[in-house]
Design a protein around this ligand. Structure first.
Ligand code: CMP
Length: 136
């Protein structure tokens, strides 16, 4: 079933010049780009996106990281897009993510892990409405 998911190419992706490489992987898989946004978010937007993590020990440095420079938000669409993107992204920690995945091939960090993908239909709906109110 075709569905949509929210993807972030985090500031490390932009800083390292990996936008084309990573977008190319999603496109080559067959996912379609429905919407894009490029810019630098503030702490309020970071807190809204990561609402479920704001109390975690790892959150303050994560907030500093995601507000540290421009990033790209995307809505991608395709058959089982939520699961497909998570499989392409790989495990959260780039150090142990499987080779062949975006994080497994390109990240050596648990925090600076290049990408974010919605983890469920509920978070895809919430995150899409947050980043792209016009699609809500
Ligand atoms: P993401 O998929 O965007 O979801 C939450 C983010 O928090 C995660 O990717 C990482 O960037 C970060 N993160 C999760 N766990 C840790 C951790 N233990 N230490 C540092 N950063 C983390």
């Amino acid at each position: 079933m075709s569905e949509r998911t929210l993807v972030l190419l985090k500031p490390d992706t932009v800083r390292r010049g990996l936008v084309g490489e990573i977008l190319g992987r999603y496109e080559a898989k067959g996912l379609s780009i429905v919407a894009t946004w490029f810019g630098t978010i503030d702490a309020q937007q970071a807190d809204a996106h990561y609402a479920e993590h704001v109390e975690r020990d790892f959150y303050p440095p994560l907030r500093a990281f995601v507000t540290s420079g421009p990033m790209m938000a995307l809505v991608l669409e395709g058959d089982q897009a939520i699961e497909v993107v998570r499989l392409l992204n790989g495990a959260t920690d780039g150090r142990v993510a499987a080779p062949g995945t975006i994080r497994g091939d390109l990240s050596l960090s648990n925090r600076e892990n290049l990408v974010h993908g919605s983890d469920s239909p509920e978070s895809a709906a919430r995150e899409t409405a947050l980043w792209f109110p016009e699609l809500g």
